[in-house]
Ligand binder design. Sequence first.
Ligand SMILES: NC(=O)c1ccc[n+]([C@@H]2O[C@H](COP(=O)([O-])OP(=O)(O)OC[C@H]3O[C@@H](n4cnc5c(N)ncnc54)[C@H](O)[C@@H]3O)[C@@H](O)[C@H]2O)c1
Length: 216
Amino acid sequence: MLVDINEEGLLATERAIADSGGQAKIMTIDLSTREACQAVVDAAISQWSRLDVLCNIAGVVRMSEVSKVTEKDWQSLVSTNMAAPFWLSQAAIPHLLETSGNIVNCLSQSAHKGAAYVVPYSMTKAAVLMMTKSMAMEFINEPIRINAVSPGSMETGMSSLQLPEGMDLSLLARYSGLRGPADPADVASVVLFLASEEARVVHGAIFCADDGTTAD
Ligand SMILES: NC(=O)c1ccc[n+]([C@@H]2O[C@H](COP(=O)([O-])OP(=O)(O)OC[C@H]3O[C@@H](n4cnc5c(N)ncnc54)[C@H](O)[C@@H]3O)[C@@H](O)[C@H]2O)c1
């Protein structure tokens, strides 16, 4: 089940999955409310009567100096990047417990190292890092796994960002990584591994898939 606010992107991904012999259902929805997150899980259950994996991947980023962050941007970052993974997890966990399923959250290099011009974004990603570990502990005695992948720079829609005027590029370079942006498919394969039975002893873990960006 593919969930996004961008219908065009969903249709393209649905086609790609069909072309490779898979099946997908799409749901176009803004995930920024608890009600929407519950509706997504309800729709998945009414379609397949079970849930095996929840991947919390949707996210937004805004580049801005601290003094120029607007309340609208703040709300959007907090509700999409931080609240939606929590509300989706809350709605999904009862179903995942029935299937011994798992959750894979998506962080960022900026959850681990200070990142100029993306302060609220990095705050939301650090919050999801701690959500991953804390939920893992709350469910340590239950049949569920909860993990996160932490990508570095990738060539995606998110890379075509509006840069703040007059920004100090050397500060951006500190968290952009020395190996250049990754192919998102190479990060997706780490998500796939964590979601699979191969990772059955991985719980409460943060897998950095950032080509060494957070190694220094
Ligand atoms: N691109 C990078 O360099 C990079 C680096 C580190 C982490 N990440 C993380 O990777 C994940 C995927 O991002 P991406 O790089 O593929 O960017 P992307 O912009 O291509 O994908 C993000 C998707 O989230 C969707 N989305 C945004 N707000 C939404 C909402 N309210 N409801 C539903 N869908 C919404 C967008 O429509 C988009 O399809 C994000 O969590 C991002 O923070 C990206």
